[in-house]
Design a protein around this ligand. Structure first.
Ligand code: ASP
Length: 304
């Protein structure tokens, strides 16, 4: 059995852009699936899928096309965690990486650390690019509108992936440009293992939404602990969102269990989501921009 489950962010996705989101999700699904199907690890698959969404300039708030800070710059956060051995790598407030998740992978594989930030993280980028190269006209227009309305910083369209590989290993990865209009130097939940990203031997989780609330609720670790204590998946997902709401936030999350069950939940207007699962001879998949806030669980292989 192998499974890959992706999100392209919880928040508001304009009708006019839903096709771009679906295209981007399909492309990312192929990128991660081709590795999983060839016997690759869950960590390889989640990094490839997230990197594909980071490279997409038409959709998603990650890598190219990230949301802008109130100064008009791009600052990215990303994390990957390998559930087989609990290793994690993350970067925060990086400004010159085409693929922040690939940089997070390097932190995991090539340094003795878990999280490296700012200019020190930028210095690790092998092929640094100018910050402007990550800035799209859509992101600039969004910041203009945000400035006119003098809103609070808002999040959406962060990307994430969870995977189960043929040897039963789980991994999770998340990447984001943060929240639109954020202060420079602000770091959200995505690069923090146990908050926006988490994987162990039983479960892999990637979150999206108002990072401050997910940080305070320590969302993904709390979810893993409740599941380990025997709480049913559906109830646990609902509880995770309730905890985020109690911290005055909203958003969504995706989960994959070692026994093959999938689950996701969101309480925003949309969640961009895709999954593919092969169980025995059957392969199932689904790609959607969902617009009905829900808690959804599926059996192993995406059944039910
Ligand atoms: N969680 C991300 C952050 O707070 C934003 C998002 O998911 O839209 O940085």
């Amino acid at each position: 059995m192998i499974t890959l489950l992706l999100h392209g962010g919880a928040g508001r996705i304009d009708e006019a852009r839903t096709d771009a989101y679906r295209r981007g999700l399909r492309f990312a699904l192929e990128a991660g699936w081709s590795l999983l199907a060839a016997g690759g690890s869950a960590a390889d698959a989640v990094v490839a899928a997230v990197a594909a969404m980071e490279a997409d300039p038409e959709a998603f708030n990650a890598g190219v096309g990230s949301s802008l800070t109130r100064e008009g710059t791009v600052e990215c956060d990303a994390c990957v965690m390998d559930g087989r051995d609990g290793r994690a790598g993350a970067v925060a407030a990086v400004t010159r990486a085409r693929s922040p998740v690939a940089l997070a992978r390097r932190v995991m594989d090539e340094t003795p650390h878990v999280l490296i930030v700012g200019t020190a993280a930028d210095a690790l980028v092998e092929d640094p690019i100018e910050n402007e190269a990550l800035r799209t006209s859509h992101a600039m227009a969004q910041l203009e509108r945000w400035r006119e309305r003098r809103q609070q910083p808002t999040g959406s369209a962060t990307v994430g992936a969870v995977a189960l590989d043929a040897s039963g290993g789980l991994a999770a990865a998340t990447s984001t440009g943060g929240v639109l209009g954020q202060w420079p130097g602000r770091v959200g939940d995505a690069p923090i293992p146990g908050a926006g990203t988490y994987a162990d031997a039983r479960v892999a989780v990637s979150c999206t939404g108002k990072g401050e609330a997910f940080l305070r609720a320590v969302t993904s670790k709390a979810l893993a602990e409740r599941l380990a204590a025997g709480s049913p998946l559906e109830e646990t997902l609902g509880r995770a969102l309730a905890d985020v709401k109690a911290m005055r936030g909203s958003g969504g999350l995706i989960t994959l269990l070692a026994d093959g069950r999938l689950g996701w939940a969101f309480d925003t207007s949309h969640l961009a989501l895709a999954w593919r699962s092969r169980h025995g001879d059957a392969t199932r998949e689904h790609v959607a921009v969902s617009d009905e806030a829900a808690v959804v669980t599926l059996g192993a292989g995406g059944t039910g």
